[in-house]
Design a binder for this molecule. Structure first.
Ligand SMILES: *[C@@H]1O[C@H](CO)[C@@H](O)[C@H](O)[C@H]1NC(C)=O
Ligand SMILES: *[C@@H]1O[C@H](CO)[C@@H](O)[C@H](O)[C@H]1NC(C)=O
Ligand SMILES: *[C@@H]1O[C@H](CO)[C@@H](O)[C@H](O)[C@H]1NC(C)=O
Ligand SMILES: *[C@@H]1O[C@H](CO)[C@@H](O)[C@H](O)[C@H]1NC(C)=O
Ligand SMILES: *[C@@H]1O[C@H](CO)[C@@H](O)[C@H](O)[C@H]1NC(C)=O
Length: 948
């Protein structure tokens, strides 16, 4: 079907009135309750001119409904009125099908059987249709034009002249009911309707579909009166605001003011110059109808504010014979009775319909526009109706049901105080705010959802509050070896439907879940569960992973979420969920057990008597004692020879059955943590068979052991001899060990917090500091370069740097001898002796310097060497002295100890001496010196711990 640009529906109701000619009468006739006055009540014949083009489809649906109502109303008022009902259709290009009947029911059927079809675009052939309607209606008919389009045939002058002539002859009233427009209101295709309405005392209603019933209210009002009781007093078009007058010289019962087009306000002023208070029957933007009862005779003024074109129509109504009677008792009990010109007028009360002598109850529930019960259940009552309101509604003004806004007061709803209330028509809903749990009727702030515990702790709800718990410290331990994926047994099948909370797997089944699909029917269950993902590390906090159950060939037929945390201590805890069914169980990976122990290759981890330990694997790796390969570890003090107990066990040897020759020479270490058996030998050449050899760069310590193994603790079963060797690069210290009788001086130092140290001072014959002078007596030629080394031994000498503060020579053993020859002063080499060279000072636990041998001038045969030293904490201090600047490091706050070496004694006191550069002048004299081995090296060192 074709659509109209602006669909318009014209119902042309032709009333039989003629404008100025006032009354007309038609074939109506009311008999019955005749009052003794005129028996004939006259009502207009009714003609519908209906646009049936396709766009009228919706309009017709609505119109059929209101039409049924309208016809029922008219009939109720004129029960015996005879009128002709005429229906004319117009379409495009056809028009003019005419149907005529005197039966209201048949007319209803005509109308109800109408259907919309075809038609060209807006506008339509309304004028051609109107001509047919006028021709086929009796005189003084009421013609209602129903359309949604303007008229396209308005330019046909002959046709229009024909229509105007017919209106004149037939004195019919044409009312247009238009539900659409093709163009504007000022378009001639629309204005033609106004023109015809004006000439026929009709009216134009341009409305939306939803207002149909209001217009029909007007039609009802008009058609329910005898055709000859209306006199037109004013009918005019205006383009804006206006004031107009009209006069009344007749006794009217009612004045009707009818407008179309939008107006802002209307004032009606009577002859007394007072505002009359009109009653609004219809008041819409498209039109209005006001009623004034018993208007006074005289000059009336009507004043309208409007900014749009509109029409004003004023009608005076007289009472009709049909409702007049001699006695009020003739009126129906549910009618009112009013005196009028010596007689009485009967009118049905509100809620009843009829001619005043007969009043029937109106069923307000039958048509929606008759009641306000949109949201309720309408129950008709005699004279009225009742609106029964459902839950969520309450009775409102005008017999309505209005929605209860349950959110307007907390008393009206059950929302939780935290929730937001949303009112709906007839109900309401409650919604907890974001981050708050609950259904709105109950809301609970979910602190846990806000991550209050961080990613490391589990958040546990406790009523309205919460607390944080570390699952590493709060979990249930599962020691169930059957969980092992290696377990293919199938007895007493297990199921984890009851596991809720944090768990830790321990024991020989493994300490972690497997990370790959496990074959079905393992772990002593039907569908084994494994972890589809990797385990977290401690810095990951608590993570979520999926656990899968393998069944029916699907590695992940069922799954659930588990949370996992890696705990300090190398284990994991799991927050498990009940399995979805039986039999599903969480598996453990037996190889994960090793991570609980950190075992060596020949051991395996086992969980025995509540703790993990490394146990020797059963498979034998060696078969004979000669296969034993002890490891040798070379310490600074000791040589360590180590056997793996698993190897011994493989030979069925228990450590308690080992007998070691010269056992007093060694320390034996039976270590269950590392599962080793070790023999420790002190690195002392010649001691307990420790052999030492040196070459120019290295020292070689070698030790042979004889092990005897007892069988059952009694019988000698076998013997083993092993040889261990440690090789060290030679240094100041080691070379002293290698020397037979080195010249060395030692001082013991006690410290309160770092233990006992020893300071040594020795003299070497080369810059490698690896050849100490040894023996009881050595020859040193004056001017020979001698090398003096000082070093610390102790628990951990690396903590300290040894600093030589002052080193000097004296001719006597008294360090306070006034005759001092400084070699190092304030940690820096003496500038007075060019032979002094400091090779190391303040950098490590040893210090070295060298100088040319000399003798004191005078009668002195001996030279004593003193050094004041201190230990400097390398972790807090820069210990190496800076000697390049003008000032040496000020170390006076350090407490020093002194070491004394000597005496260097002249072998031949008579020989010419070679004085020290500062005190003697004779150089180059050859002399031999003897250095005594019992060093009087005073290490009167006060050892300073690093803490100041
Ligand atoms: C209306 O018409 C009827 C019948 O023709 C007549 O009896 C009656 O007087 C008329 N009423 C008026 C007010 O003209
Ligand atoms: C109009 O009504 C008045 C008073 O109600 C009465 O005196 C007068 O006669 C009536 N006029 C006509 C023409 O009926
Ligand atoms: C008049 O109305 C009342 C209710 O207001 C009703 O009970 C009564 O039956 C009605 N009378 C007639 C005759 O219909
Ligand atoms: C509907 O309600 C309005 C406004 O409250 C009132 O004026 C009107 O009379 C009511 N109509 C009916 C049919 O009850
Ligand atoms: C340990 O966890 C359980 C449940 O997960 C809980 O009920 C208990 O309060 C927790 N204990 C501590 C001390 O956090």
């Amino acid at each position: 079907m074709l659509m109209h640009m602006l669909p318009a529906l014209l119902i042309l109701f032709l009333a039989s009135d003629r404008s100025h000619a006032q009354t007309s009468y038609v074939t109506g006739y009311t008999s019955k309750v005749s009052t003794g006055s005129s028996p004939s009540a006259i009502s207009s014949s009714l003609t519908y001119l209906v646009d049936t083009t396709g766009s009228m489809y919706d309009d017709l649906q609505q119109l059929k409904l209101v039409n049924n109502w309208l016809l029922d109303r008219i009939t109720a008022r004129f029960p015996y009125g005879v009128r002709q009902y005429t229906m004319v259709e117009f379409n495009d290009p056809t028009f003019g099908q005419v149907k005529v009947t005197y039966s209201m029911d048949e007319f209803k059927a005509f109308f109800n059987n109408l259907y919309a079809y075809d038609g060209g675009d807006c506008p339509e052939l309304a004028m051609n249709g109107l001509k047919v309607a006028l021709e086929n209606s009796p005189p003084k008919s009421f013609i209602l034009v129903l359309t949604d389009a303007s008229a396209k045939d308005y330019t046909n002058t002959a046709l229009l002249n024909n229509i105007y002539s017919l209106i004149n002859t037939k004195q019919s009233q044409v009312v247009f009911l238009i539900t659409g427009l093709c163009w504007g209101l000022d378009d001639p295709a629309f204005l033609i309707y106004r023109d015809i309405a004006s000439k026929s005392s009709g009216h134009v209603f341009q409305i939306g579909l939803s207002d149909l019933n209001k217009v029909f209210n007007y039609l009802d009002f008009t058609l329910s009166r005898p055709a000859n009781n209306t006199e037109r007093l004013l009918y005019r078009y205006y383009n804006g605001s206006h004031t107009d007058n009209f006069s009344i010289s007749t006794n009217y019962t009612t004045l009707l003011f009818i407008t179309d087009g939008p107006i802002t306000s209307i004032r009606i002023i009577g002859p007394d110059l007072k505002d009359s208070n009109p009653k609004a029957i219809v008041s819409e933007t498209w039109g209005s109808m006001y009623q004034v009862n018993n208007p006074a005779k005289g000059k009336w003024t009507i004043s309208v504010n409007s900014s749009s074109p509109h029409a004003i129509q004023v009608d005076g109504l007289t009472v009709t014979n049909t409702s007049l009677t001699a006695r009020c008792s003739n009126c129906h009990p549910n009618a009112t009775c009013e005196a009028y010109l010596g007689l009485f007028q009967c009118s049905c009360k509100d809620g009843y319909i009829g001619d005043g002598f007969s009043c029937l109850d109106i069923d307000e529930c039958a048509y929606s526009w008759l009641n306000n019960c949109t949201y309720g259940y309408c129950v008709n009552t005699i004279g009225s109706y009742d609106c029964v309101c459902p839950v969520g509604y309450t009775k409102g003004a005008g017999n309505t049901c209005v929605d209860i806004n349950e959110c307007s007061s907390p008393d009206l709803n059950k929302c939780h105080p935290l929730a937001t209330c949303f009112n709906n028509v007839g109900s309401y809903s409650c919604v907890c705010p974001p981050g708050v749990l609950g259904n709105g009727f109950y809301c609970e702030i979910d602190q846990c959802a806000r991550g209050v515990c961080g990613s490391n702790l589990d958040c546990i709800k406790n009523g309205g509050s919460y607390y944080c718990s570390d699952p590493c410290g709060n979990h249930t331990v599962l020691n169930e070896p059957w969980r092992s994926t290696a377990n293919a047994q199938y007895v007493d099948v297990k199921c984890d439907y009851d596991k809720v909370g944090w768990y830790r797997f321990i024991g020989n089944g493994g300490i972690r879940m497997p990370e790959s699909c496990v074959p079905m029917l393992r772990c002593n269950t039907h569908a084994p569960m494994w972890l589809d993902g990797s385990h977290p590390i401690p810095t990951d906090g608590i993570v979520s992973r999926q656990a899968c159950a393998h069944w029916s060939g699907d590695c992940c037929l069922w799954s659930s979420t588990v949370q996992i945390k890696a705990c300090p201590g190398g284990y994991h805890v799991y927050k498990l969920n009940r399995t979805q069914g039986c039999s599903l169980s969480y598996c453990t990976d037996p190889t994960s057990l090793n991570d609980a122990c950190l075992c060596t290759d020949d051991e395996e981890c086992r969980f025995v008597s509540g703790s993990y330990g490394c146990y020797c694997k059963e498979n034998r790796t060696i078969t004979a004692l000669s296969d034993l390969r002890p490891t040798v570890n070379c310490g600074t003090q000791k040589l360590k020879t180590t056997f793996r107990k698993c190897q011994l066990r493989a030979l069925k040897v228990d450590v308690k059955d080992i007998i070691l020759a010269d056992s007093s020479c060694f320390d034996v270490l039976n270590d269950n943590n590392t599962n080793t058996y070790s023999v420790l030998s002190p690195l002392q050449a010649g001691n307990c068979g420790m052999k030492l050899k040196t070459n120019s760069t290295h020292a070689f310590y070698t030790k042979s052991f004889d092990f005897t193994f007892l069988l059952n603790g009694m019988i000698i079963r076998d013997k083993l001899t092993t040889t261990s060797t440690c090789i060290y690069p030679l240094d100041m210290r080691l070379s002293l060990n290698a020397a037979l009788n080195p010249i060395i001086s030692t001082t013991y130092i006690n410290t309160t917090d770092t233990g006992n140290f020893t300071a040594h001072m020795s003299v070497y014959n080369s810059s490698s500091y690896t050849y100490p002078y040894q023996g009881v007596s050595v020859d040193i030629l004056t001017k020979t370069l001698i090398y003096i080394g000082v070093f610390l031994d102790g628990p951990d000498p690396s903590l300290y740097a040894l600093v030589l503060k002052n080193c000097y020579a004296t001719p006597s053993s008294n360090p306070d001898d006034p005759m001092k020859y400084y070699i190092i002063q304030n940690s820096c080499p003496s500038k007075r002796d060019g032979t002094v060279s400091v090779a190391e000072n303040g950098l490590s636990s040893q210090a070295k310097f060298s100088l040319q041998m000399f003798a004191f001038a005078g009668n002195y045969n001996q030279v004593y060497m003193h050094c004041e030293i201190y230990a400097c904490d390398t972790s807090t201090t820069i210990c190496a002295p800076s000697c390049s600047g003008s000032r040496a490091l000020d170390v006076t706050t350090q407490t020093t100890y002194s070491v004394k070496l000597g005496p260097f004694t002249k072998l031949d006191p008579a020989a010419a001496y070679d004085p020290a550069p500062s005190v003697a002048a004779a150089y180059g004299t050859r002399a031999s010196w003897m250095v005594t081995g019992t060093m009087l090296m005073f290490l009167s060192i006060v050892f300073v711990s690093g803490k100041q």
